[in-house]
Design a protein around this ligand. Structure first.
Ligand SMILES: Cc1cc2nc3c(=O)[nH]c(=O)nc-3n(C[C@H](O)[C@H](O)[C@H](O)COP(=O)(O)OP(=O)(O)OC[C@H]3O[C@@H](n4cnc5c(N)ncnc54)[C@H](O)[C@@H]3O)c2cc1C
Length: 460
């Protein structure tokens, strides 16, 4: 990571604050942070990409990978404004489309009020599944806590104390919070949920005792980690967290699994590499550093692989391309039918009802059968009034592919595993099974689900 920071600095990334690297020790999953002004990182990445001659296509949604003789040879894309189909021929592909949002019902009733990118529907993972890539930990989910009404990841940045309705701190320590030590309750979804269930809610984030200096620092930090809109909203509503406690609760579940590439970021599918938010374990941690480091490794591996391969004759993919175009046209030409909101909502309902806190064989089977029915019906009836809606329909199908994998993997893991951050509970298998202290590897071969158990280590 150190080398990567040095390199990114040469691209203009302002990693230093007042001339120094600003390391902050915290009670958090990550023991030590480096705080920096990362707000413009996407702009800086784009500038660098253009500088080295990269073609950038905006508002193009990648629909699926194209394969020839078991190898990924390109991808199919669709314009989200104009009805244009893009056929990309490539000697290697890096998947970097982020994590899975919107697969469970939202914490508030607004589907796009999500802690993470709401249009990150695990498209890369779904495309990977369809291409035969191996996935792990799709049966595990975690939860995060944060402000109740405007869901945003970044709770670790709050310099305040989580209190119950009566004003008692959940952690028992009113002075727990400062710039160098966040309140432990911020970190714990379990504490937040337990206090709520014990009748202590509503719960609040209180910055009433936060010093002015720490509060200003917190606002600076929030503005640099994607919470600018939250600060703006508080401002627009006339809410000053130093005077008013803001309601705090736990968010919807978030699947922690994804691609399981090797340390060179190569997947089991030749020509396909993966990095960032859609990868699991040591290589993910839901954080940017893994995207910086493994994104670069994936890029280098892809270049290496590309040098050893030639461009494929895309005529061999014409059947797949025609199938996709036909499906898109059917959705566009239907004048009546179901909309993407119904398809996404049905998928979320299945995940929330059959594959969430309470899991057992009958429930998982029922959820799986229901999902197959929903997908069949969606294929027959979904209609899209424009390119934007077409994209949303495709997201719904991607979510269904991941939901199917999550249901099947949850059925396969016949045990209860009480990990701290993403516990897995089966009512009908209440004990931990030592033989299952492994990754459950899921893939699809010839349209059939395939499973194997793999030791939890990063492969070379
Ligand atoms: C509010 C918030 C605060 C955060 N704070 C921090 C923090 O302080 N520190 C930290 O280290 N990490 C933080 N994270 C996590 C960090 O943002 C992610 O780990 C990181 O962005 C992952 O990078 P990525 O490139 O893998 O995915 P992303 O940044 O999610 O990028 C994926 C891109 O793929 C695009 N995409 C998706 N599907 C398709 C498709 N089908 N076709 C074409 N394009 C597609 C998306 O539009 C997106 O632009 C935060 C996340 C959130 C949401």
């Amino acid at each position: 990571m150190g080398d990567r920071i040095k390199e990114l600095e040469t691209w203009g990334f302002p990693f230093k604050t007042n001339g120094k690297y600003n390391f902050v020790k915290k009670i958090h999953r990550v023991p030590s942070f480096m705080h920096w002004a990362g707000r413009d990182q996407k702009v800086l990445f784009e500038q660098k990409a253009r500088e080295v001659g990269t073609d950038i296509l905006n508002r193009v949604m990648i629909i699926d990978l194209l394969k020839q003789n078991g190898r990924v040879v390109g991808a199919l894309g669709m314009g989200l404004r104009e009805p244009i189909i893009y056929i990309f021929s490539s000697r290697a592909v890096v998947m970097a489309s982020g994590g899975i949002s919107r697969i469970f019902p939202p914490a508030t009733c607004l589907d796009f009020n999500r802690q993470r990118l709401p249009f990150g529907t695990g498209d890369g993972i779904a495309m990977g599944i369809r291409a035969g890539a191996e996935m792990v930990r799709l049966e595990f989910f975690t939860r995060w806590a944060g402000l109740h009404n405007l869901c945003k990841a970044g709770r670790g940045t709050w310099i305040g104390v989580v209190e119950d309705a009566a004003g008692n701190p959940l952690s028992g320590n009113r002075n727990a919070s400062s710039r160098t030590q966040i309140d432990a309750a911020v970190e714990s979804y379990d504490d937040v949920t337990k206090a709520w269930r014990d009748g202590r809610g509503p719960l609040y984030m209180s910055c009433l005792n936060t010093s002015r200096e720490d509060f200003d620092y917190m606002c600076w930090a929030l503005s640099n980690e994607g919470n600018q809109v939250l600060l703006q909203q508080l401002h627009d509503c006339g809410l000053d967290p130093r005077r008013t406690r803001i309601e705090f609760s736990s968010y919807e579940p978030e699947i922690t699994g994804g691609f399981a590439p090797d340390t060179k970021c190569a997947t089991n599918v030749p020509g396909l590499f993966a990095a960032g938010g859609e990868v699991i374990g040591n290589m993910k941690r839901s954080a940017s550093p893994s995207a910086y480091v493994f994104g670069k490794i994936a890029g280098e591996s892809a270049v290496h692989s590309a040098r050893e391969n030639v461009f494929a004759d895309m005529k061999s993919c014409s059947e797949t391309i025609a199938w996709h175009i036909d499906r898109l046209q059917r959705m566009r030409l239907r004048t009546q039918g179901a909309r993407w909101q119904e398809a996404t909502g049905a998928c979320q309902d299945i995940m929330g009802t059959y594959c969430c806190e309470t899991k057992y064989e009958n429930l998982l089977n029922a959820g799986y059968e229901q999902l197959l029915r929903v997908r069949r019906r969606a294929e027959q009836t979904l209609c899209a009034a424009g390119q934007h809606e077409l994209g949303r329909c495709l997201e719904a199908f991607n979510l269904m592919d991941i939901a199917e994998a999550a249901l099947l993997c949850s059925r396969e893991r016949r045990e209860t595993r009480l990990n701290r951050y993403d516990p897995f509970r089966r009512v009908d298998h209440a004990e931990e099974n030592p033989a299952m202290d492994k990754f459950l590897v899921y893939s699809r071969k010839d349209n059939q689900a395939s499973f194997r158990w793999r030791a939890m280590r990063v492969l070379n």
